[in-house]
Write a protein that binds this ligand. Structure first.
Ligand code: M6R
Length: 610
């Protein structure tokens, strides 16, 4: 959720911190702050409610703060409304400690009460202030000891960046259940929630693991376990291009990322096809384990969960094994039936979503093997899985996911084909047909994207409808779920996705003149059934925007007011094509409505609190 950065080196810290925060703003953007320590100026703290720009203006791009060490934060409020005082860094009563934090300190109320009974005065409503005040409470001249005691006292999730006025040459970083990355520069070290904040400065990084503490100076970096015993860390080289995290001439990251989808799918799929076969080098499960698999759980949240819904249809068809798709936040608490023969397939763009991570850990604890589909290399989910299949989508910055969804889906096809091949559940002709269509997806997406003005036109017709429904059957239903979520996320229009056949069992009562129903009728054999459901809503006054393949567009236009047509493909591959007009429709609708597309209200890209 929140983004944190830290720098210690020889340059002025503030501009570096602000630059890092500008790349993390998608993690939270209701307020921001920095603390910088300088020899003459001492501890300087600046915080402001609102977007990062407000803070930047207030401190003149960082030019009025002086010192070569500091921490910064961009906030997604949990405890306490967005305000200057609740912004981070939170500072201890006497100003010795400045703390930035991502996560939730669960026992903050009792600790706050305890500290108050000891005479400590609190100024904010945040859980983070408890950490700053505790550090001060335990501090007796040894910084690491105070950190160790504080971390043993707080419960919950945290990534922390700590600056102490008594030790102005070093930063402290600590993590539990919230991501934290350390960067190695020339005469400088960095910390950040996400590698995108670092790649301008260094490609050499390491990930802190749960319970670890790091001590950073300009020239050295030490990592310790929770009891301050030294830990050796492996350096990793990150090869994401800095340009991938910039808008490159587009108005928004979201449209840039929509346009990047053909290339992202090519990069994800091509290296995994050799001699007409899918080869998954990263797949660790044996044929025997696959044969003995009793069930496959797909675990994810949000859009990744919607990929899971499509995956259930695809994998059950290809593997003839029971597949259950479950929301990570539900899986954890539903006493799931898991055995050593169970496979958990975990899907996450960020690899840090706390609900998904916790569900994955629960599945493992119960004996399941875990395969994950992740975009961020080295993220916690990737590191804790038995096998990880990366989506090579590059950094995704817009809060509403697009290219991560598409590449996750591409990996599902690869897994389906690969496992079907191992299990012998798919005949060669069908295998070849699906694989060759999968390879054609990028070209077909380019055709769809070339005609994006058609979708913009439809958005201009319907952008002011108060409510929209997305209906479809089977894989079209899965695409409808994602189309509806995209629209809700960025345009704030009320919307629901329904299995087309289920609408008449209750929800059809909401259809009235002026309601827009997006009818997804791509899926081969179910085309007529969905058209019948579109007729039902039309008879009740709804306007229908249909989506189907080019060969059926004329048919659908007999019922629908407007029709989006996409290239023909194998029916199983239709979601890969159909989702893109849905993304564009949401994007152009939000654009018409003047919404803040890349930073929609109340949302954050990486959801690291439960
Ligand atoms: O990083 P993850 O894929 O685990 O994130 C899961 C959801 O939070 C994410 O898909 C969310 O729904 C996005 N905002 C979708 O646009």
């Amino acid at each position: 959720m929140c983004g944190i950065v830290g720098y210690v080196g020889r340059e002025e810290a503030a501009p570096i911190l602000l630059d890092g925060l500008s790349r993390l703003e998608y993690r939270g953007y209701d307020s921001a702050g920095v603390a910088v320590y300088g020899k003459e100026a001492g501890m300087q703290v600046a915080k402001a409610k609102g977007r990062l720009q407000v803070l930047c203006d207030q401190i003149q791009g960082g030019n009025i703060l002086h010192g070569a060490i500091g921490v910064g934060h961009t906030r997604w409020a949990t405890h306490g409304a967005p305000s200057d005082v609740n912004s981070h860094p939170q500072v201890s009563e006497n100003g010795r400690f400045a703390v930035v934090h991502n996560g939730i300190i669960e026992n903050y109320a009792e600790l706050r009460e305890f500290l108050q009974s000891e005479g400590v005065q609190f100024v904010s409503d945040t859980d983070t202030e408890v950490a700053a005040q505790l550090l001060e409470y335990y501090y007796q001249g040894n910084l690491l000891e105070a950190v160790e005691r504080t971390l043993h006292t707080i419960r919950g999730a945290y990534a922390l960046g700590i600056l102490c006025a008594d030790c102005p040459d070093r930063l402290i970083a600590a993590r539990k259940d919230s991501p934290l990355i350390l960067g190695f520069g020339a005469g400088a070290h960095y910390l950040a929630s996400d590698v995108t904040a670092l790649i301008k400065y260094t490609r050499e990084v390491c990930w802190l693991d749960d319970g670890e503490i790091a001590e950073l100076t300009a020239d050295h970096l030490w990592v310790y376990d929770a009891y301050l015993r030294p830990v050796e860390k492996e350096h990793r080289h990150v090869d994401w291009e800095i340009s991938a995290a910039e808008k490159g001439g587009y108005e928004h990251f979201m449209i840039k990322e929509i346009m990047e989808q053909p290339e992202a799918i090519r990069k994800t799929v091509s290296p995994r096809i050799r001699d007409g076969r899918v080869v998954l080098d990263d797949w660790q499960l044996t044929v025997r384990e696959l044969e003995e698999m009793d069930r496959l759980y797909i675990i994810a949240c949000g859009s990744s969960y919607h990929v899971g819904v499509a995956a259930k249809y695809i994998l059950e068809k290809l593997l003839r094994k029971p597949v259950e798709v479950t929301l990570a936040s539900e899986f954890r608490y539903c006493d799931p039936i898991v055995s050593e023969r169970t496979l958990a397939l975990v899907i996450s763009q960020s690899g840090e979503t706390i609900d998904t991570l916790a569900a994955m850990r629960e599945a493992r604890r119960l004996g399941a093997k875990v395969v994950s589909i992740v975009n961020v290399v080295g993220s916690t989910i990737a590191r804790e899985s038995d096998s990880v299949l990366y989506t090579w989508a590059g950094p995704e910055i817009a809060v509403a996911t697009t290219k991560a969804y598409s590449t996750q889906l591409a990996v599902i096809y690869l897994i389906g084909l690969y496992c079907a091949d191992l299990l012998g559940t798919l005949d060669r002709t069908e295998y070849d047909a699906i694989l060759s269509e999968l390879q054609r997806v990028p070209d077909k997406l380019e055709e769809i994207l070339k005609d994006r003005e058609d979708i913009q036109y439809f958005a201009s017709l319907y952008f002011n409808r108060p409510s929209m429904f997305f209906i479809g059957r089977n894989l079209d239903y899965a695409v409808g779920l994602e189309g509806s979520l995209k629209l809700k996320e960025i345009s704030y229009i009320h919307s629901e996705a329904y299995a087309a056949g289920e609408l008449k069992h209750g929800t059809i009562s909401l259809i009235e003149p002026g309601t827009l129903v997006v009818a997804l009728a791509g899926c081969g054999p179910l085309f007529e059934k969905t058209v019948s459901n579109a007729v039902e809503v039309k008879s009740r006054g709804a306007d229908v925007l249909g989506l189907t393949t080019r060969d059926r567009a004329a048919d659908l236009s007999r019922t629908a007011d407007d029709v989006i047509s996409i290239p023909e493909t194998h029916p199983m591959l239709l979601p890969s094509l159909a989702v893109v007009p849905m993304q564009l429709f949401a994007y152009y609708t939000a654009l018409q409505r003047g919404c803040d597309i890349d930073k929609p209200r109340n949302l954050a890209k990486s959801v690291t609190v439960e």
